[in-house]
Design a protein around this ligand. Structure first.
Ligand code: VNL
Length: 391
């Protein structure tokens, strides 16, 4: 019922918008509404993505197809009700041409109906639950999906002496995806998940869960927690002596997040993860990206969130350029589909059918280089589609 009232109010607002449409279409500004968690538990994600978006604009100018690009940044504090309200205001009052950002899955899901109703392309730069792109035909994703990165690790593990695994994930969309796809593939490969532990997204206390892991004596613990929570997991894993008990830590790259990795200490050395981006990715483009990002942000190292933001801006710029700023949201959306380009992470592709990203997934190990901790890539699986889409 609440949803009906909500959608009704959107429909009314959109009708009002259509009446003023002529003015909006001929406007010489192109507005990007960038909704991010700038404060609260997910603030590092907002900081990384905003910095990357600003870097992209500084490097590529703020005029495309004769239009001046205006970036409007809003802080949703990672609360989905706030995300939805901000998106509605941006569409109705600011008449933004694109919605972008979305630090966590619930924020992206809450905004999807607004993108659909108002025919506004919505570029998801962070959130990574497989099903997000199915929530609206106007969604395009520049980040990654958890199934996409989790299966690679489940292929690697049994070949490296890891058969019995306990999984530990944040109890919401991306965590449940990671748990499911890791387990399925590990089981297929002859391994076994003996326990599947889930921790709350908000203010998690990992201690009791890690005690269970210790008692369970698996070969390895597989972890997914969102960007920003990895350091706490690492600290408690080491404090409880799980490494000394012979339990290996394996994870998605969200845990050995480049935003925090260097502060995790030498206890993180040797941790193997799978992910789509490492600041140590050895390409000329990435070296330039890491250097420019650090220069513009007091030495901050870009993480996978930054790359999602940077590439999301590229998708928007290129779509505006090729659609020449004409034809509104639908033309812009069409021009986002099928883009292929080199990103700091490697070659990427926006699949025209699914509107989701296809990219290389890397196996990495934490190593010390020049006195700093990095995720050093040692293997690659090329052109990985989201396995979640096949079902
Ligand atoms: C999500 C997935 C968020 C992976 C993350 O960090 C992450 C999400 C904030 O879909 O909510 O690393």
């Amino acid at each position: 019922m609440q949803k009906r009232i909500f959608l009704g109010s959107i429909a009314l607002a959109v009708a009002t918008l259509a009446a003023g449409g002529v003015m909006a279409q001929t406007s010489n500004t192109f507005k990007i509404g960038l909704i991010l968690p700038m404060t609260g538990q997910q603030a590092t994600t907002g900081r990384q993505i905003e910095a990357a978006a600003r870097l992209y604009m500084a490097q590529n100018g703020d005029t495309v197809a004769g239009k001046k690009i205006q970036l409007i940044v809003k802080d949703d504090t990672s609360l989905p009700d706030v995300t939805r309200r901000l998106a509605q205001e941006l569409v109705v009052n600011e008449k933004v041409n694109v919605l972008a950002g979305f630090g966590i899955t619930p924020s992206a899901m809450a905004t999807a109906p607004i993108a659909t109703q108002s025919k506004t392309p919505m570029v998801v730069m962070a959130a990574a639950t497989s099903s997000i792109t199915q929530a609206s035909p106007y969604i395009v994703r520049s980040s990654f999906t958890l199934p996409q990165v989790s299966v690679a690790l489940a292929d690697w593990a049994p070949k490296n002496g890891i058969r019995k695994v306990i999984t530990l994930v944040s109890d919401y969309g991306p965590g449940l995806d990671a748990e499911k796809y890791f387990k399925e593939r590990l089981t297929f490969n002859g391994g076994q998940v003996t326990e599947a532990l889930r921790v709350p997204l908000r203010n998690p206390d990992f201690a009791p869960f890690l005690q269970k892991v210790r008692d369970g004596k698996p070969d390895a613990l597989f972890v997914f927690v969102p960007s920003g929570a990895g350091a706490a997991v690492m600290k408690q894993f080491l404090e409880r002596g799980l490494d000394k008990a012979g339990i290996r830590l394996i994870a998605t790259g969200d845990v050995t997040d480049d935003d925090q990795l260097n502060d995790m200490g030498d206890g993180a050395l040797g941790v193997v993860t799978s992910h789509h981006y490492s600041a140590a990715h050895p390409s000329a483009m990435n070296k330039k990206f890491v250097e420019a990002f650090g220069k513009a942000n007091k030495g901050l190292r870009p993480n996978f969130m930054a790359v999602g933001g940077y590439d999301g801006m590229r998708v928007i710029y290129e779509a505006l350029r090729t659609s020449k700023g004409q034809g509104g949201g639908d033309a812009l959306l069409e021009a986002m589909k099928g883009q292929i380009f080199e990103s700091p992470r490697g070659k990427i592709f926006i699949d025209a059918q699914t509107r989701d990203i296809v990219q290389d997934v890397y196996l990495r190990k934490v190593e010390k280089k020049d006195g700093q901790l990095y995720n050093v890539e040692f293997d690659v699986i090329k052109d990985v589609k989201d396995p979640g889409k096949a079902k």
